[in-house]
Write a protein that binds this ligand. Structure first.
Ligand code: SAM
Length: 253
């Protein structure tokens, strides 16, 4: 056992029932290819390889790379000693994998944006996240949880909370509750027709000042308001994804 390092968010899963529940939820078929982010000591990885022959792992901690390398069950599987956020998924030699991770909670948003940036190269994803983050990801319009990450991910994903997880199944125990979420692509929007940079800019500016009306928070942008069907007296938590798209499509650049 390697001593848990806080800086890499190391809270290891130690509950066999929970591991089985995760595996059942992911529903791995024998031809599925899996990328596991942060395998740690390999508790989940050992279950994954009972279901499929193709598992690759990305782990930042060199000590844990050694632990996996000394595990006869896991040593035949490829593990990359690198930061997932600096990893190019295309270069891992996987074909449309499912991406799975009990990830460090301090990099949840960057990992979700990493998934957005690698959208064509994975099939579906399952992540363990802090409960409050999960609730923001699935928040309904008009609620206090409806936020930048809801609107950003909503353009690309259907996210579901599969189940909640108590701190007791980890060692060391985190201070927060967790949730296991599934991320599937929604295919609702024709992404080839969307300027994702503009969309992201509008969403960021609007939620940076979420108490303000759009006409103030977006005042630095040159928007053709006559063509927009959006009422700029509203605040960002009252806007649908389609309305954010309407605004970003009408930025004069
Ligand atoms: N999967 C293991 C489990 O469930 O017991 C470990 C989970 S632990 C919460 C997070 C794991 O991610 C650790 O092994 C940690 O070293 C690794 N990790 C942290 N930051 C990472 C990064 N940027 N890229 C890849 N792995 C990372």
């Amino acid at each position: 056992m390697v001593f848990a390092k806080k800086k890499w968010g190391q809270n290891f899963l130690v509950d066999n029932n929970l591991l089985e529940k995760i595996i059942k939820t992911i529903d791995i078929k024998k031809d599925d290819e899996i990328l596991e982010i942060g395998p740690g000591h390999g508790a989940l990885s050992e279950k994954i390889i009972q279901k499929t022959k193709t598992l690759k792992m990305v782990e930042i901690d060199p000590e844990l790379i050694q632990v996996i390398g000394q595990n006869p069950l896991l040593s035949p599987f490829e593990i990359f000693n690198q930061d997932i956020l600096k990893t190019n998924l295309q270069e891992l030699g996987l074909n449309n994998p499912k991406v799975i991770g009990n990830i460090p909670y301090n990099i949840t948003s960057p990992i979700i944006f990493w998934l957005i940036n690698h959208l064509p190269y994975w099939r579906e994803s399952y992540l363990m996240v802090q409960k409050e983050v999960a609730q923001r990801l699935i928040a309904d319009i008009g609620t206090k949880d409806y936020s930048r990450i809801t609107v950003m991910t909503g353009l690309y994903f259907n996210i579901k909370i599969c189940f909640y997880i108590s701190p007791n199944v980890f060692n060391p125990k985190p201070k927060v509750e967790s949730a296991f979420i599934s991320i599937k692509k929604n295919n609702k929007y024709d992404l080839s027709k969307i300027d994702s940079k503009k969309y992201s800019q509008v969403v960021r500016m609007a939620f940076n000042q979420r108490r303000k009306m759009l006409r103030n928070s977006l005042s630095a942008l040159d928007i053709n308001r006559d063509k927009c069907e959006v009422d700029f007296q509203r605040r960002p938590e009252q806007l649908t994804i389609d309305e954010f798209l309407d605004i970003s499509n009408n930025i004069i650049s």
